[in-house]
Ligand binder design. Sequence first.
Ligand code: ATP
Ligand code: ZN
Length: 333
Amino acid sequence: MDTKVSAHDGANSASVVDGDFPAAGAPQPLQARQHRYLQALIEAGLLIPGGVDGVYGRSAEFEAIVDGLNIAFTALGVDQHAEVMRFPPGMSRNHFEKSEYLKSFPQLAGTVHSFYGNDRDHHRLLARLEDSEEWADEQRPTRVVLTPAACYPIYPVIARRGVMPPEGCVVDAMSYCFRHEPSLDPMRMQMFRQREYVRLGNADQVIAFRQLWIDRGQQFAALLELPHEVRLANDPFFGRCGKIVADSQRELKLKLELLVPIHDGAPPSACMSFNYHMDHFAQVWALRTADGAPAHTGCAGFGLERMVLALLRHHGFDLAHWPKGVRATLGGL
Ligand code: ATP
Ligand code: ZN
């Protein structure tokens, strides 16, 4: 199993945003081009500014594309007989702590805080607010954290059920996720949705599942007429040990991504990821296969906002002019 590169590089059609760029002169730096795409999306009403970088409202048209993608992902995975689980965008802090997310990505995590004080504390909080002083340290953490990836709440649920059936199981998950990575690049939001198919079973089952979804992901991108390629991923693991973990992730080929070019001359953006966690989650949770061995897990994750933005970038802001086949793939959009 190695990286694959598709032959769809010629599929790049109408470019919405580059048409707006200055035709001559020095090429704009990447950040400026990202910001320009964001502004174009806001001017077209597709994204609604939320007052902080990476947090946006979505228009009816934007959501219609998300709905179309969800219909298509359901059709694409119909043979998986997946159990549908939908969790809210917050999850148990206890479950989050056990998952060891903080070991790898403390810089991306978000926790929910609230006020536990008395009347006097409340007055102090209001006075600090009035004086435009920092007031957030008047709050303390709750038992809720923001979900970092749609599959995180799933593992303790399956573990609680006890030993899995011989065929293992597949879960269809979707959630808003939070990552503290404020950016002017609309492809990098702080709050965005992931749709995932999550596989739990033995190593062979999970490896076969991942390959199936790498192939399906590419077929799907081709149906959507998006230029794309699949490559080994490089996650931003935190700290001095992070490089070792990242090297090992690449060495073991644990994560591949389907990338779509968004800005000319810039690295393409990951719109889907195909992950093999080996038995990591079975070390944390009592995930056992039918023969009592620690289960292996993997997931195919689709970034819904990034997919929408890739479609808008390559097919234009006017949905009525999108290629017929693309609209048909998205449930007759
Ligand atoms: P990247 O390498 O670009 O930071 P990632 O490797 O962190 O992405 P995953 O953790 O694999 O992404 O998440 C699965 C999918 O969720 C990604 O392929 C992408 O489509 C989407 N995604 C991840 N981070 C963001 C974000 N900040 N904004 C929008 N979508 C995102
Ligand atoms: Zn996942």
